[in-house]
Write a protein that binds this ligand. Structure first.
Ligand code: DGL
Length: 253
């Protein structure tokens, strides 16, 4: 790519900022546009048709803002909409994949937890992935944690609130060899997952997605000014500081 490279990111809200932060570290001179669909978060409890419509609107907006590639930094949106998005837009669109493969290959005998939104858990994409990597008698434990999305959106990152979600989901005291964080909002709680499930390998798909993005745009040193601009459901955010706080937190993960 020549000239300034603009890379668009989208998520239902602030979860995808955990992926954006990795991309900022890997491609520090690119220009990033981040679209949070904050008016309509969460996606994980919407219908597949709604998620396809919302994400198409978001990608159209990013295209109009000059994005030359788009990262769907949301497992739910990837699961429901990646195919129609790729069919509708002429530029590269990178999605998320729950880290089922490294969990299965790294812990062939172990008990594995996959947590995500209700829509990702019920979606065909996750089940196809599980069928590919779990062919023995053991299958992963699948648990939807929609309340963790709400918690992250309200910037509640304390242990007590997190433990409340884990308890309500019936996961307290359970033991796992690996925990797959199948929702980008959950990545903010990575350390708390480690504390709640001692010894478990806590894995997310963020690095894989950013590596795919970097491979796709071919060069590591993309031209640009290293900027990040935030948008909220198609407009300039009323409170931009809120997104900067998420980015600051995500940069430390
Ligand atoms: N961050 C999203 C994901 O990775 C979606 C959360 C939601 O809106 O329900 O699945």
């Amino acid at each position: 790519m020549t000239e300034r490279t603009k890379i668009g990111f989208l998520d239902s809200g602030a979860g995808g900022i955990t992926v954006l932060a990795r991309a900022v570290k890997k491609l520090p001179s690119a220009d990033f546009l981040y679209y949070a669909d904050t008016d309509r978060v969460p996606y994980g409890t919407k219908t597949p048709e709604e998620v396809v419509r919302y994400t198409s609107e978001a990608v159209r907006f990013l295209e109009d803002e000059g994005a030359q590639a788009v990262v769907v930094a949301c497992n739910t949106a990837t699961s429901m909409a990646i195919r129609p998005l790729r069919a509708a837009f002429p530029f590269p669109i990178v999605g998320m994949e729950p880290a089922v493969k490294p969990a299965a290959l790294g812990h062939p005998e172990g008990r594995i937890l996959v947590c995500a939104t209700p829509l990702t858990i019920s979606g065909e994409k996750l089940h196809t992935l599980i069928d590919r990597y779990f062919w023995g008698p053991v299958s992963p434990v699948l648990v939807p944690l929609p309340d963790l999305v709400t918690l992250a959106e309200s910037e509640r990152f304390d242990e007590e609130s997190f433990r409340g979600v884990i308890r309500s989901a019936g996961l307290e005291g359970e033991r796992f060899a690996a925990v797959v964080l199948g929702c980008t909002h959950f990545v903010y709680y990575r350390e708390l997952f480690r504390d709640a499930f001692p010894g478990a390998d806590v894995i997310d798909g963020n690095e894989g997605t950013v590596n795919r993005l970097a491979d796709l745009i071919c060069v590591r040193e993309v031209p640009g000014s290293g900027s990040v601009r935030f948008f909220e459901s198609g407009r300039i955010p009323a409170d931009e500081d809120r997104y900067r706080r998420f980015l600051e937190r995500a940069m430390k993960l």
